[in-house]
Every structure is written in C-alpha cells, then in structure tokens.
Design a protein around this ligand. Structure first.
Ligand code: TRP
Length: 456
C-alpha cells in the first residue's frame, strides 16, 4: 500500500465544476452523440439515452464522486483505502485498475479523433474544406482519413497537448482556459442551431431526434445508448473519482452532479440540432458513421457569411473541449503514480501518454491501411468492425458500464449508510431516492442491458 500523498485541491467549487463539466463535455457530445444517434435510428436511441443518463448515469456519477471525495486518492488507491476502512475485501481495488486500463484505451482513440479536429483548423482557415457541395467535403475528409501519416501527426500533436497540460498540473492553465472556452463553445453551438433551423431541414431533424419509433429499439440500440450515456458524462472509469478526490470536505456532490449532467445533455442535444438539419438538407446519410460531424459542419459553414472564421473558431473550440476531456482521462493514472513513490507528474504524464499514443496507432490504421481488417468478423454484429470500432465498443459498451455497476454497488452497499449520508448531505427523501437508484435501479439496468444485448 502506497503512503498517502496529499494531492492539490481545486481552488474553488467553481473550478471543480468547470473541470468536471470540461471532462464531460467533449467529443462525446459533438462528435459521438450525433453519429451514434444517426446510426441507431434517431428518436428511440435519444429517448433511451436520456433515460439512461437520469436513472443510471446520474446516480452512478454521484456514487463515483463520493468514492473519490471520501477516498481522497487515485481510483486504485481510493478503492483500496475505502475497502479497508469499511472492512470490505481488498479485491475491490480491481475496479480502480479496470478504470485505469479503460482510460488508456479511450484516450488512445480520443486523441486520434481530437487530432481530426486539429487537422480541420488549417483546412478551415484556408477554406479548402468549406464547400456547399457534399461531394467535395466528403472527398476532403476521406483524404484525411486515407493518409495515416497525416492522422499520425495530428494524433501526436493532440496527445502532446494533453501531456503538456497534465504535466503542468491542473491549476496552471486549464482552469483559466475552461473558463472562457466552454461558454464560447456553448454560444457558438446555439448560433449554429439557429443557422441550421433557418438553412437546414429542421423539421425533419426534429422528428428524427425526438419521435420515438419503438420498432427501432432492439438490444444493440439500448446498449449503444447506455454506453453513450456513460461515455458522455465520463462515468464508470474513475475520472470523476479522481476529480472528486481533489474536492474539499464541504463540497456538495449531488448538486455538482446535477450541474454536470444537465450541461452535458444540453450540449449533446444542441449538437444534434445543429447537425441533423444540415444532414437532411444536403441529402447526407444520418447513419454514415464517425465522419458525420466532420462532413456536416463544413457544409454548414459554407452557407454562412464569414464561414471560414466561424468554422475555424468552432473547430478550435471543439479541440479545446476535447482537451479538457482528454486530460481527465490521463489524470487517474498520473495521480496514482504520484501516490506511488511520488513519481513526478511530468514523467508519468509522458510515459502514460506515450503508451496511449502507441495504442492509438491501431485507431489511426483502422481508417486506412487496416480498414478492411475485421478481426471479429466471425461474430455477426462485428462483421464489419475495425479495430477502432472494437476498442470503442469494448470501452463504452462493456468496461464503463461494468465499472459503473461496481462503483454503484460499492458506494451504496459497501459503504455504511452513515458514511454516504454524511457525504451526500441530502434531504432524507432525496437520499432515499439515490439509495434506491444506486442500489437497485442502476445496477439492475446495467446488468439486464448487458445480458440481453450480448445474448441477442
Ligand atoms: N466525456 C468525454 C466526452 O464526452 C470523454 C471522457 C472523458 C470520458 N473522461 C471520460 C469518457 C471517462 C468515459 C470515461 O467527450
């Protein structure tokens, strides 16, 4: 057992909220949510997604933050410490380790996609990717994906930025940046929704996103919606546990969790409302996959006066939103290393970043050289899945739900009620509601969804 190390604390409640919202709001909202909703038929997916956020994600987020705030350490050490304090088996520590592993995997592809956003910045400044012709934009995007070297450069830059911010510590940069950039992203997104409502096919987008065709629901739609919910609010891995560990004693967890979840959901829905009107107005295929946003936005910007400027700004903001998320993926393992013989932040950030960068090569190659490599093609649902698809599926749809399940069980059953009651400081009725959700509803939902969709 490592000697406890005192971590830095957030400088205020606001900085914690900003950092946690910064972690939640990212590519998951602007990139993954629209294309995953598109691939899963729209409304039914959105409905289940929202239900999963409220009934599963929110109680688990509260559980995860509580574990961190109480444990005061990185996920493996927080879990070990709490297990010891509460007289539980020490194998609960495994939950922390699964999170660390999932963090490496998610960051590996997150950095590649974050790299796409960076790559777009010069392309938008020069105007080379802005066109009213979907064919032109698609060809430009395909050309980016087809070139492993170009992807590699931007992936490396994105990972380098992530490592840089983490090695400087949370205070010395990210807090200030988040302050200005997250609100800007929000306002630009609202402006884009207004533009899309005027120039695009808003009515069709609306009915695509919000009319629930229950015939479209099957096990895989439900599983994707749950995976997306976990991914979007950064839960089930230990990011939020780590951020929770830096909270001062008087912080209010339930209120923070509600703010995080609300902000995150609003951004995701706005992104959907900005993108789908343009998708339909241009006859694009909503189920075309990971490139959806990257093809749609340049088309939108082609229609706005000053599109180069707004487009550039928008992708800068997306890149920032992505970095405030990617740092949260690296922080748990760096925090653990700090506790362990006090390894320096910069060293552990570089080593962990390098490992994740190397795993990221699998994603880089999935879009070109290994585009036809489908390692699990013998299983029907993975018939056409690339390595990137498989890593994404494994992390979002399996590891995060399993991690979240374990955290909910641990926080609600293994910690004494006296502990959680004191930590959460809720009115009795709300405390009971949380207990009910964390003990029964969320774990049962995760369990049933995993079992049914895997056996389907
Ligand atoms: N939530 C972020 C997004 O939506 C990504 C992310 C950051 C994440 N930390 C996480 C996802 C932890 C799962 C677990 O872009």
């Amino acid at each position: 057992m490592a000697a406890p190390v005192e971590h830095e604390k957030w400088s205020s409640r606001l900085t914690f909220i900003l950092a946690a919202v910064g972690s939640a709001v990212g590519l998951g909202n602007v990139w993954k949510f629209p294309y995953t909703a598109g691939m899963n038929g729209g409304g039914a997916f959105v409905l289940i997604y929202v239900l999963c956020i409220l009934a599963v994600g929110l109680p688990i987020l509260i559980a995860e933050l509580t574990l961190g705030k109480r444990g005061q350490m990185s996920p493996p050490n927080s879990m070990a410490r709490l297990a010891r304090e509460e007289g539980r088996h020490k194998s609960w520590q495994t939950v922390g380790w699964i999170g660390v592993a999932a963090g490496f995997l998610i960051l590996s592809f997150y950095s590649v996609i974050g790299g796409w956003a960076l790559a777009y910045i010069p392309k938008l400044i020069s105007g080379s990717i802005i066109s009213t012709d979907p064919g032109v934009v698609t060809a430009q995007f395909d050309a980016l994906l087809a070139d492993p070297w170009e992807l590699l450069i931007w992936h490396s830059l994105f990972m380098g930025l992530t490592v840089f911010v983490i090695s400087r510590g949370i205070h010395a940069g990210i807090e200030q940046a988040v302050n200005v950039l997250m609100p800007s992203l929000f306002f630009l997104l609202v402006a884009l929704v207004i533009y899309a409502a005027i120039a695009g096919d808003f009515a069709r987008a609306w009915s695509f996103l919000f009319s629930f065709d229950f015939a479209k629901i099957d096990g895989s739609v439900v599983l994707s919606a749950m995976g997306q919910a976990f991914f979007s609010i950064s839960v089930g891995l230990g990011c939020m546990m780590t951020y929770g560990a830096y909270l001062p004693a008087q912080a209010n967890i339930p209120r923070s969790a509600a703010v995080i979840v609300t902000a995150d959901s609003i951004v995701a829905l706005l992104a959907g409302l900005a993108i789908f009107p343009i998708v339909f107005a241009n006859g694009l295929d909503p189920s075309s996959g990971a490139g959806l946003v990257f093809v749609t936005l340049p088309l939108a910007f082609a229609g706005v006066p000053g599109g180069e400027i707004f487009g550039t700004l928008f992708f800068i903001l997306i890149a920032f939103a992505a970095i405030t998320s990617s740092i949260s993926l690296l922080e748990p393992v760096v925090s653990w290393a700090e506790e362990h013989k006090g390894v320096k932040r910069s060293l552990s950030a570089i080593l962990a970043g390098a490992l994740s960068w190397a795993i990221g090569l699998l994603t880089v190659l999935s879009f070109n050289v290994w585009g036809d490599f489908h390692p699990l093609s013998m299983i029907e649902r993975f018939r056409e899945a690339t390595l990137f698809d498989l890593i994404d599926y494994l992390t979002s749809n399996i590891m995060l739900p399993v991690g979240g399940f374990a955290m909910a069980i641990f926080a609600s059953w293994m910690l004494s009620k006296a502990t959680t009651r004191a930590e959460l400081d809720l009115p009795p009725a709300l405390y009971k509601a949380w207990l009910l959700l964390a003990r029964f509803v969320a774990p049962a939902a995760v369990f049933l969804i995993l079992i049914f969709s895997v056996s389907e």
